[in-house]
Design a protein around this ligand. Structure first.
Ligand code: BG6
Length: 368
């Protein structure tokens, strides 16, 4: 049951602090400033031989994989890339012995992801699973992996499993990093930041009322929904933009595009008008100035801007801002995504959509 919440989706959004605690539970090692992952079935020597990481998943699992790839590259300095499992399996993929393949799935039953795992294994590749459902088909097929322990996810749109997947990747990246060149001081920085995340997620969820008002303003009404929304972010912000656009599409049926902020001027700037609001990810990192310049370009075309930021930009650059607490830069994407879940949820409610069972979608697609 929905435990007093209006929808499973809202319940699952609010379960995230507890889900994150469960994903982290027993896995952080203060002494060596690393993570323990008992199910990898790979020792340090085998991990050192890995030259590349390829992450595969569908839908939100694929976008969580994009955040995972960034974490692995940043903390372990190993090239990592996420690709839709549905595409990978159809293109006769080159399987390399020194690549680690990682399949991501909440249900563990998505047919495209399972087929990708089987193809890799048939060619002799090594696959880990980042899976929520214990004993599921994908979990059984993999050589090892990380269980999320996020608890059951009922609503079709993924929220807590998405967040727990990013946490699992942060643990893997930390473990990997500390086998390579991540210093103990940097390892400790990540361990401490991970511990602080549940409380920081609660702080964001406390702003729900403000996000609900903005969602209604930007989404329009059931009779007159907005034309669409643009989501933009740079580098760490880009996977956040993609997942934010996906969530909005899935449950509110509002057309949403996600673009790297840097690409705006190479095409989609032509779309900017007062009828197409922009949601901009504006973390306080080394790209802040670049992002603020992009906001100026949107405002100069009479675009409306909702910023998700660590500090509110000047009023002439953003019409509204949702301020999120700061983590370490590598982990900020996870927190920046939380307001976008609330935004999609309240947009869907404002437009009177079937929040938990959006049209044309299934929780897990177990057919080809
Ligand atoms: C889609 C669901 O069909 O499958 C998405 O509608 C989900 O919400 C995707 O992200 C992948 O599912 P899973 O179970 O493999 O993570």
């Amino acid at each position: 049951d929905t435990a007093g919440y209006q929808h499973f989706l809202l319940k699952e959004i609010h379960e995230q602090p507890a889900a994150v605690e469960r994903t982290l539970s027993g896995r952080l090692d203060e002494r060596f400033a690393t993570a323990h992952l008992g199910g990898l079935n790979l020792d340090a020597r085998e991990l050192r031989e890995i030259r590349r990481v390829k992450i595969l998943g569908c839908g939100s699992a694929y976008y969580a994989g994009e955040m995972g790839a960034q974490l692995i590259e940043e903390l372990a300095r190993i090239p990592a890339h996420s690709e839709p499992a549905s595409e990978f399996r159809y293109r006769n993929p080159v399987i390399e012995a020194d690549t680690l393949y990682i399949a991501v799935s909440q249900s563990g039953e998505t047919y495209d992801t399972l087929a990708a795992v089987q193809e890799i294994k048939r060619k002799g590749g090594r696959v880990l699973g980042v899976v929520n459902t214990v004993g599921s088909a994908i979990a059984r097929e993999c050589d090892g992996g990380i269980y999320l322990h996020a608890g059951p996810e009922i609503s079709v749109a993924s929220t807590k499993a998405f967040t727990s997947t990013v946490i699992a990747f942060a643990l893997l990246a930390l473990h990997f990093g500390r086998i390579h060149d991540l210093s103990p001081a940097d390892g400790r920085r990540i361990v401490n930041a991970l511990r602080a995340l549940p409380g920081q997620i609660r702080e964001i969820l406390d702003q729900e009322e403000q996000v609900a008002k903005l969602a209604a303003e930007f989404a329009g009404t059931a009779g007159a929904p907005t034309e669409g929304m643009m989501f933009i972010g740079r580098v760490r912000g880009y996977p956040v933009a993609r997942e934010g656009a996906q969530k909005l599409k899935e449950i509110s049926y509002i057309h949403a595009e996600a673009y790297p902020a840097s690409e705006l001027k190479h095409g989609p700037l032509a779309l900017i008008s007062p009828e197409l609001p922009t949601v901009a990810l504006v973390p306080d990192d080394e790209l802040l100035d670049k992002n603020l310049t992009t906001l100026g370009e949107i405002k100069a075309r009479s675009g409306r801007v909702l910023a998700i930021a660590h500090r509110a930009p000047e009023a002439k650059l953003a019409d509204h801002c949702i301020v999120v607490p700061k983590s370490e830069p590598e982990l900020d994407p996870l927190l920046l995504n939380i307001p976008l879940q609330l935004l999609a949820y309240h947009a869907a409610v404002a437009l009177e959509r079937d929040v938990d069972r959006p049209r044309n979608l299934a929780k897990s697609v177990t057919v080809e």
